[in-house]
Every structure is written in C-alpha cells, then in structure tokens.
Write a protein that binds this ligand. Structure first.
Ligand code: ADP
Ligand code: MG
Length: 694
C-alpha cells in the first residue's frame, strides 16, 4: 500500500532559463530543453572514464582509455594524407596520436617536452599503439584525475559539452529535486530517491559500475524510467478521467431495433460477441462518454457488434458516425449496414470522396439536419466537413491505422450532442495485443475482447511455396476460379517505395491477365481514385472479377466470403501482423480456403522464423504473442506510439516490468493520493501535459 507523503509540497518545477543568450536558448530548444528542469532530465548518452590513468603499454587495445606522456615528436606528415602526428611516451611505452583536422596552433601546443593527457580509442597501428583524434589536454605533472565518470551529453552544433555540463550543474542546484513519490512505493520497487538518481546519473562516483550505467540497468536509471512510465500512465488515466467528467447522452437499451437486427441475421452471436456488446450496451446508458476499444481477431465479427451499438444510439434519437481508414472499407460498411438495416426505417448516409458534388451535398445536408441517423465514410472526410445535428456515438474501425491525434481531433469538431456533452466512442481494432499489454498500454481506454471466432469456420490452410514453383501456384488459381471460387493475388510490399509497389502490381496484373485469358482479372491499389477502387471492389464482391490483383491496401477488413484462395508474393518481407491480416481475407465463407505464401530464397533466419509461425498458427492472439517475443512491445505498438508523447528513457522492450509496475502504481496513486499523482505528472510533463489534452 502507498501512503501519502506527509508534506505534498507544491512543486515549483519549471523555473525559467533566465540569463541565457538567445542563441544558447535556441540551441537548448533543439535539444528539447525549454525550462530549467528539462536540464535535470537531460541525461548523459554515455560516460567517459577519466578516473584511471593507464601506463601506455597496458592501455587496452580496442577500448577507450586515458593515458599520459611527454611529447617526443610532433610533425605534419603528408602520407597517406595530410595529418598532424604526435608521439608521446611514458616510462614504459610510446603512443602515436593522429589528427586529420587540426590547427597550426596545435603543433605549437604539442611541442616536444609538453606533458599530454589523452583520452581516446586505443588501437594497434603499424608502429604500435595509436589514437586517432583523441581528446587531450596539456597538463602539469600533478594535475589531479577526475574523481567521477565524465558524462557525455546529447548535444547540438555549437553547444560544447562543458557549457552543457555547467548549465546542468546550475539546474541541479536550483531546481526542486524533492521526491514526488512516497517512500514505501520506492522501497517496494527498490528504487532510489529522485534526487539521488539524477545526481548519480549526472555525476557518477568513481566506483560506479560503468556497464550498468551504459546499459541503463542501474537502479538510478530504472528510477528515471519508472518515473517516466508512471507519468505516462498517470497522464493517460487522468485524460481518461477528464473525458469521463464530460457529459454524454444517456442511450438506454430499448432493444426493439436490436431485436429486429438479430432476428434478420443468418447467424447467432457468439458468446464473446454477446459479452462485448453487453459491455458496450452498459457504457452507452451512462451519462458520460464511453471510451472503449473493441479488440477482436480478423473475422471475429466486430462489425455486427458495432451495428448493435449504433442501433441502440439511433433508438434514443441520436446520430452515429462510422469511420473507416480506407474508402474500400467504408463502402463495405455502408453496404453491410444498409443491408442489415433495410426495412428498419433507419436512414444511412454514405459520405464518400467519390460522390458527385450534388449527391455529397445532399448527404451532408441530411446529416446536418438530423435526417440521416447513421453516417458512414472515411475518417478524413469526417474530419473535414461533416456537421451533425445530434451525434451520440462515433465508431472508429481499424483504430490502429489512425494516429492518436487524428482520432482525438475528431472530438474537437462541432459534433456535440448537447452543449458541453461528448459523443460516446467505440474503437475497433484487429491488431490483437495480448491482454496485459493492451490494458497497460491503452490506459486511456476500456477494452472489450472478442476472443472467439464464429463457429463453422474451417481454418485457412497455409502453404509455404518457393517462388520457383510459381507454375503450380498458377494452376491452383486457375482450378479455384474455374470451380467458381475467387482469389486474391497480393503483390509484394516494398516498404521503401510505394511507387515500386505500384509498378509491381501493374506488371503482375498484366502478366496474370495474359496467363489467364479465360478469367476476369481485376486490379486494386492505393493510387486508384476512390471511385475506381470502389468499382473494382464491387465487381469482385459480385463475382464478376475472379482474380483480384492487389497491393496491401486489401489488408484491412475486406470481406468477400466467396474468395477462398490467397496468394501472397514475397511473403518473407511482411511482418506477422500483416500476414495474419492478409490471410484473414479468406476463410470467410463455408468453403475451405487456402493461403499460399510465396517466398524467395535464400531466406534469412528471421524471415524463416516468421513464416514458420504464420504457418503453424491461425489464432491472432497466439501470433501476437510470438510477435511480441520476436519484436518486443515497442515495435508491436509502433503505430500507437507515434501518436503519444514518445518515451525518452524507458524502452518498452527491455523495461516491460517497469511498465507493469507503473500501471499498478498509477491506479493506486490516483485512487488514494491524487495530489501526489498530480505532482508527479507536473514534474514530468509540466507544460507538455497539454499535449494530451486533445
Ligand atoms: P471483423 O471482426 O474482422 O471486422 P466482420 O465483422 O467483418 O469481422 O465479420 C466477418 C464475417 O463473419 C462477416 O461476414 C460477418 O457477417 C460474419 N459473422 C459475424 N458474426 C458472426 C457469427 N456470430 N456467426 C457467423 N458469422 C458471423
Ligand atoms: Mg472489420
């Protein structure tokens, strides 16, 4: 348990950087230093060890060392290129220093007889030990050695290390370094006090373990990382609480429309779908905005859960916005909702970038007048121009595709149900993240999980096929299409270049069209106009196109149950999550589906590992666990991370234990000692806290 600090002193945390020149301030700003306290947290990149003087003959080759010797020769040489060469010697050996950039004054300074202390990488040169561009000083015989490791700070052009060191020294003296966290919390985590940690990191004592400092595993580092993670967790939770303090329309479960929808579905909801919906149903009936993430593997049936939520909202007289990241997906939602709701007297507006001006204006008008109760479109569109009469619920599909800022910006729009109130928010994501990680990292959201697939699905058979066996693959595509099925052919993703990917797609389409004169071969890629894309997708949906060549735009959410074969070229280049998403495009109907992963030899060890995992597993959460092991949570959460303030010190991969500890501590502090929590966030985020107040 955490006790309150006896004295939650008000922190005067951010004294200004007074007395510095404009140019110094500008340089500091480049380093992210805007207030004095930022200097306290401007922590060393690494440390130089100038506490120990090596006799030249013992200086370890391949390592950095401090040596001292008398200059015996200093000359400018021209071979192999112009350089200043200075030889020093001590009682037991000689060492050559080489400078390729130098001033003539250095030649004078390093005249024979001068005593020099040099710090640099020792290497074995042709004539014995050498240092290239060492840091050096001319010293007197009794000049004392440094008593602590020398911090080396991240810096920028024109801002010297010693200037930074001095400024940081002042900041350490001037700023309030009192602890923000209670002693018993620190004791239970075996973390040192804040003041001790920063003092230690800026001025480590001579006996400090350099390796632990360097690898940032030292308790002082762990304290800093914990503080940072805690500040992030706290700030996300506070953000959550603040939004929760806003009002939202109370959307009671009435059930008439929901029953009508359920009655017309050709299937019953799975247990997981029912559970997820009941969580949402409960949230919507509360007088504050829902902030829920609905997570479920590809094909787990999130859309119908979203439709039920939408109907509950509509039945209470409020409008619903349904947003998708791509036009293809938005249109598919539009068709699905229209079909499901036909005859229920709920007007659905389709807001597409590809609508004729006149139709778009009419649709926008219907939404603004409150005639259309459900509006479906791409996220971009909503952000730009849609006004609602009475928005009660925003549904955001494939949430992981949006940056946090993008989705938060939505709330800023004049899309308010009533004065001061906020719409409820339901986000959906098919990026399966293990539950603990989701709870920790989505600290600003409630999470519902659909952890089972609808029954009767036959798992997709996955085959790994060397690209050398392309002929067999082509035969399989032909067989499948002639038998009345449809197929996807996904072109390699070339990360560096969208243009190259497009070129490959065009060529593949041309080649496959020639190979299959008897089939209708379609093409869809990111550069098509949305209207063209929609036409191709609609034709594929209707079965008029049998083989669809696609770039990875197809990855997200597309649902064509008659497609039973998927070919993915250069599968070795794709990540696990993406392969899993792509494969999820087939196996959506009753027929047995196959996914052929074509790879080019030779395979790297990692690529082989990935393909093996995707071959052996079909459960998205299982795959995510492997992915987590292979890449670590930092990478796994990359998309989201780009939207929240970056972690400067902690690393989600190596510091996951601290993240979990921070999550627990955040809850406890907020529940019992909100003052302490606020003090901690103020120290760490200060003025930056606005960042999150979107
Ligand atoms: P995702 O969660 O990937 O968005 P969808 O909502 O697109 O999945 O659903 C995938 C397919 O499964 C759709 O064709 C949908 O109609 C169907 N489906 C959804 N729920 C069930 C269920 N309980 N039983 C059978 N099929 C279902
Ligand atoms: Mg979906």
């Amino acid at each position: 348990m955490v006790r309150a600090r006896s004295d939650p002193s008000p922190f005067t945390l951010h004294p200004s950087l007074s007395g510095l020149s404009k140019s110094t301030l500008a340089k500091l700003a480049k380093l992210g230093v805007a207030a004095k306290f930022d200097l306290v947290l401007h922590l060393p990149l690494r440390y130089d060890d100038e506490t120990h003087l090596y006799p030249i003959k013992d200086a370890p080759h391949g390592e950095t060392a401090l040596v001292q010797g008398t200059v015996v020769e200093a000359d400018i040489k021209y071979r192999p290129r112009r350089q200043l060469v200075v030889t020093i010697e001590d009682a037991g050996g000689t060492l050559t220093m080489r400078f390729f950039n130098f001033y003539m004054s250095q030649l004078k300074q390093l005249a024979p007889g001068a005593l020099v202390r040099a710090y640099g990488d020792v290497r074995q040169g042709f004539f014995g030990a050498e240092m290239v561009h060492p840091r050096y000083r001319v010293v007197r015989a009794n000049t004392p050695l440094a008593t602590s490791l020398t911090p080396v700070y991240p810096t920028t052009a024109g801002l010297a290390q010693d200037v930074l060191r001095r400024l940081i020294g002042h900041a350490l003296a001037d700023c309030d370094l009192a602890d923000t966290l209670p002693d018993d919390l620190l004791a239970s985590l075996r973390l040192p006090p804040f003041r001790a940690a920063v003092q230690f990191l800026h001025n480590p004592p001579p006996d400090a373990r350099r390796d632990a400092l360097q690898s940032r595993t030292h308790p002082a580092w762990r304290r800093i990382k914990f503080d940072e993670l805690l500040a992030q967790q706290l700030s996300m939770r506070m953000h959550y609480q603040r939004r929760r303090a806003a009002g939202a329309p109370v959307l009671r479960p009435r059930g008439r429309l929901n029953r009508a929808l359920l009655a017309r579905l050709p299937f019953a909801l799975t247990r997981a779908q029912r559970r997820a919906f009941s969580e949402i149903e409960g949230d919507l009936a509360r007088p504050y905005p829902m902030q829920r993430l609905l997570q479920g593997d590809v094909g787990s049936g999130k859309t119908v859960v979203a439709a039920l939520a939408a109907l509950q909202c509509v039945e209470n007289g409020h409008q619903v916005a349904v947003m998708a990241p791509t036009e293809i997906l938005a249109e598919q939602h539009y068709h699905k909702f229209s079909a499901w709701l036909a005859g229920l007297d709920v007007a659905v507006a389709w807001l597409s970038g590809s609508l004729a001006k006149k139709d778009k204006r009419a649709a926008l008008k219907a939404v603004a007048a409150g005639e259309a109760m459900i509006a479906i479109g791409t996220h971009a569109l909503f952000q730009e121009e849609v006004e609602f009469a009475n928005l009660g619920l925003a549904i955001i599909d494939e949430q992981h595709r949006f940056g946090v800022h993008q989705r938060l910006a939505l709330r800023m729009k004049g899309a308010r149900p009533n004065r001061g109130a906020q719409p409820h928010q339901l986000m959906m994501s098919a990026t399966p993240i293990p539950r603990t990680l989701a709870m920790t990292y989505y600290a600003d959201l409630d999470v519902s999980l659909i952890d089972e697939l609808p029954p009767g699905r036959t798992p997709v058979a996955t085959r790994l096929v060397s690209a050398a066996r392309r002929a067999e693959v082509i035969q399989r595509v032909r067989d499948a299409c002639i038998a009345g099925s449809q197929a996807y052919w996904v072109c390699p993703l070339i990360e560096e270049s969208e243009a190259l990917q497009l070129k490959t797609a065009l060529e593949t389409h041309a080649a496959l069209s020639a190979t299959f004169p008897e089939l209708k071969v379609g093409l869809v890629h990111g550069r098509l106009k949305s209207q063209e894309k929609a036409q191709v997708m609609a034709a594929f949906q209707r079965g008029e196109i049998q083989l669809l060549v696609a770039t990875t735009v197809i990855e997200v959410g597309v649902d064509v149950p008659n497609a039973t074969l998927m070919v993915i070229e250069n599968a070795e280049r794709l990540g696990l999550a993406q392969l899993h998403q792509l494969r999820g495009r087939v196996g959506r109907g009753p027929a047995r589906s196959t996914c052929l992963l074509l790879y080019e030899n030779p395979l790297t060890e990692t690529a082989r590992g990935r393909l093996k995992i995707i071959y052996e597993n079909d459960d998205g959460f299982e795959i995510a666990r492997h992915d987590l092991r292979l890449r670590g949570p930092g990478e796994l959460l990359g998309a989201r991370q780009s939207g929240v303030p970056m972690l400067r010190f902690a690393d989600l991969n190596s510091d996951f234990d601290l993240l979990e500890a921070a999550r627990g501590a955040a809850q406890e502090l907020l529940a019992r000692h909100p003052e302490t929590a606020r003090g901690h966030v103020a120290r760490w985020m200060g003025y930056k806290h606005d960042y999150l107040r979107v």
